[in-house]
Design a protein around this ligand. Structure first.
Ligand SMILES: Nc1nc2c(c(=O)[nH]1)N[C@H]1C(S)=C(S)[C@@H](COP(=O)(O)O)O[C@H]1N2
Ligand SMILES: [Mo]
Length: 503
């Protein structure tokens, strides 16, 4: 095999070894991050909002897979160049590219929220490994060329390379999983405190008798997940703490045990993502358990000038909402979700839940700091990216069943769905089928004004094509606006309509 072609094998092999070693090294310290993940996080930070939107639209929930895939593809491309340059004697080019990649990964690591100077270690070891393996492979390669038993030697070499790389990657992954598992085990062992007063048991769920209707409470496994984090932060409660700081007279810090020792209450609350399109499913309802946020802030003695409560995540995400929201509201630091300790994906050990405000300006997961500040001083993560500073949840309604595009047999069925207008509540839902007048739907139980409400009507259609539209009226008697408004900058507006064919 000529040298350049050998380089096309050695370069990628060396890079695989480097990347997996970097991954592995990162897993030994919970504040370090795999270089590929760090780079991905920086891309998420800096990519212009229109590009981000395009990717999310194109790949939906797979946007992160796409991002990581793209990074790996670029790394692979560079590794080809590195290998071929190295094997054709242009070692300087190979060294320069590897060094540049190490520097880029180090820079990405230093900008990680939990970084310190040592956070560059995985990136540097990653680059060093790549170089070392490349040199080693090229020495083996030249031996095989010299000795004239090229083919078999080369095959053995490949096998060694592949097996080595795979085993290293496996070790790294195993290490990462082990770490995640330890936080999972810690989480499972936690005994949540009991609320002073339990909320009544939920009523019989109408979804049990209406196939296709969303359950009143969304199971944790099915709950939508939205965050900017490429890997779910594994936060051990041992080194977690919650600070209450900023424009307060008595800043203080709570450990997880201290947080659990405080009085807790239950809240039935629906949370929604501002990016939820009309008819979309970035919304869910849960019974949260947590500590009253207004009590904590009162204890800290907030300055009268502070008008914003800003939450900080361990991953650097921030979101702020008006201090005034606390008055008469049930904002909480949630530690439990639907009878379980808060799941890792939903912010373990603690997150903020503020009824009636979109998640991106309130619901900080993996919470570690609450700061009293001012809107004219600090902006949360999404504000500089073009989203509104204040974003109360807009009234919305959704048809869950039937599904748009369905072919349905003739017969009686339910048209059903959910409507929400946290914290105003829902007073009426109406359904329009074709040209017929609006029909008022039956409403499910109102367990709280902070939750969505299920609705349904019976329908016995003849054959034909039908457009079905839904609209809701909130607890203040205000009808959901009909005119379509896009999700940015502060939430979609418009009536959800579907088309079905009865055959
Ligand atoms: N740390 C962190 N918290 C976050 C976010 C994030 O990106 N990072 N996203 C917010 C947004 S936009 C929404 S809609 C909710 C979603 O909460 P869920 O994933 O539990 O459904 O979390 C909020 N909290
Ligand atoms: Mo969101």
């Amino acid at each position: 095999m000529e040298n350049k072609r050998l380089g096309s094998v050695f370069g990628p092999l060396a890079m695989v070894a480097g990347v997996s070693i970097g991954h592995f090294v990162a897993s030994v310290n919970s504040n370090w991050q795999s270089p590929v993940i760090s780079l991905g996080n920086r891309i998420i930070d800096y990519v212009p909002p229109p590009v981000k939107k395009l990717v999310i639209n194109l790949f939906g929930l797979y946007d992160k897979v796409f991002l990581i895939g793209t990074i790996l593809a670029v790394v692979f491309g560079l590794s080809l160049v590195v290998g071929r340059a190295y094997m054709s004697g242009k070692r300087g080019v190979a060294y320069a590219i590897i060094a540049a990649m190490s520097v880029a990964a180090s820079w990405a690591a230093l900008l990680d929220a939990r970084s310190n100077l040592f956070s560059v270690v995985p990136a540097i070891i990653s680059g060093g490994t790549t170089l070392y393996v490349l040199r080693w492979l090229s020495q083996q390669g030249s031996e095989s060329v010299d000795s004239g038993v090229e083919i078999s030697r080369r095959d053995v070499l490949k096998a060694v390379g592949v097996i080595g790389a795979v085993s290293i990657a496996a070790t790294g992954a195993a290490k990462l999983f082990a770490q995640k598992a330890s936080v999972q085990i810690e989480r499972i062992k936690i005994a949540l405190p009991k609320p002073l007063k339990y909320l009544p048991n939920p009523p019989v769920d109408p979804a049990l008798t209406t196939p296709g209707l969303s359950p009143l409470f969304t199971p944790n496994e099915d709950f939508y997940r939205i965050d900017t984090s490429l890997s779910i932060p594994n936060v051990s409660t041992d080194d977690w703490q919650l600070e209450i700081v900023g424009m307060v007279d008595n800043p203080f810090t709570l450990s997880y045990q201290e947080l659990l020792a405080r009085p807790v209450f239950e809240l039935d609350g629906t949370i929604a993502c501002v990016s939820n399109e009309i008819g979309g499913d970035l919304v869910g309802n849960a019974r949260w358990l947590g500590v009253r946020l207004d009590d904590l802030i009162r204890e800290a003695g907030p300055s009268a000038d502070a008008d914003q409560v800003m939450g900080y995540s361990v991953d650097g995400f921030t979101a702020g909402f008006p201090v005034a929201t606390l008055d008469g509201g049930d904002a909480m630091i949630a530690i439990g979700m639907n009878g379980e300790t808060l799941p890792l994906a939903h912010g373990f050990p603690a997150r903020i839940i503020v009824p009636g405000i979109y998640g991106y300006v309130s619901a900080v997961k993996w919470l570690t700091r609450i700061e009293l500040t001012r809107f004219d001083i600090k902006h949360g993560y999404w504000i500089s990216r073009g989203w509104s500073e204040r974003a109360p949840v807009k009234t919305a309604s959704r048809i869950d069943t039937p599904f748009s595009g369905d072919q349905l047999p003739v017969g009686t069925r339910a048209i059903a769905g959910v409507a929400w207008a946290m914290i105003r509540g829902i007073s009426k839902v109406e359904v329009k089928i074709g040209d017929l007048p609006w029909r008022e739907a039956t409403l499910g139980p109102e367990i709280a004004k902070t939750t969505w409400r299920q609705w349904w009507i019976d329908w016995s259609p003849k054959k034909g094509n039908y457009t079905i539209t839904v609209r809701a009226t909130d607890g203040d008697g205000i009808l959901q606006p009909q005119a379509y408004v896009a999700v940015d900058p502060n939430g979609a507006e418009g009536w959800h309509a579907i088309n079905v064919n009865v055959v």
